[in-house]
Design a protein around this ligand. Structure first.
Ligand code: 0O2
Length: 204
């Protein structure tokens, strides 16, 4: 894949990403009434780099061509949404799935079903419709939705363990599983206190 081919290929993915980012911003400032805080802590986005695309295709046994990238990769455009609470994640997922012009291509709920290593996150690949002068096409955008605690854990795990060979891997994995549990408990408590505060405020 030449640089020119790469930049040509990613253009509609960038358009799809921008459209979805705008939806998420709207969701963030309209979902709760003004007296409540916004549900999303932050939103990050990226277009997969040329080398990263080629390496992933190679790992999966495909030639590093534009057509293989389009056919086999669903994460060329990626968004990561960091929420405060699990209920915010659920609300956002429900909202995205209810939008009639978005197609759910693939969905993995690692919050209800955490990975054995402790990883928790909600992954959804959405087909976003991009309209041009003479055509309209759907492009996949991978959205990872997680809480602050899940993001902290996943970022650390990615840094010290994910896809790494290391002599003390068993020890590190045990520690990661333990901290995933602790973070989950912390989040449940924080959410409980937040709900209690909102209920008290609504009663007064
Ligand atoms: P990287 O280094 O982040 O780019 P896919 O690869 O998406 O086509 P699959 O199997 O459906 O295939 O992927 P899944 O399980 O939905 O995971 C996709 C992405 O989620 C990964 O991308 C990671 O970013 C993240 N992820 C999944 N499992 C873990 C985990 O155990 N720990 C951490 N820290 N992140 C995880 P990549 O391309 O594998 O990696």
């Amino acid at each position: 894949m030449t640089n020119e081919q790469y930049y040509e290929m990613i253009r509609p993915y960038q358009d799809a990403l921008n459209l979805l980012m705008a939806r998420l911003e709207v969701f963030n400032h309209t979902v709760y009434d003004r007296s409540q805080n916004q549900p999303l802590h932050n939103i990050q986005s990226r277009i997969k780099g040329k080398r990263s695309i080629e390496e992933k295709l190679d790992r999966e046994g495909h030639p590093p061509s534009v057509s293989c990238a389009k056919d086999y990769l669903r994460d060329i455009a990626g968004i990561r949404v960091i929420c405060y609470f699990v209920s915010d994640v659920e609300l956002l997922v429900k909202n995205l799935k209810s939008q009639s012009d978005l197609i759910v291509i693939k969905e993995k709920d690692y919050i209800r079903n955490p990975k054995p290593n402790g990883y928790r996150s909600y992954h959804i690949v959405l087909g976003v419709s991009v309209c041009y002068l003479d055509c309209r096409e759907y492009y996949p955008v991978e959205v990872q939705i997680r809480t602050l605690g899940m993001d902290f854990w996943a970022s650390m795990e990615h840094r010290i363990c994910y896809k790494q060979e290391r002599g003390d891997k068993d020890e590190v994995q045990q520690i990661l599983i333990r901290y995933a549990g602790i973070l989950g408990e912390m989040e449940e408590d924080f959410e409980k206190y937040n709900d209690r505060y909102i209920e008290d405020r609504e009663e007064t």
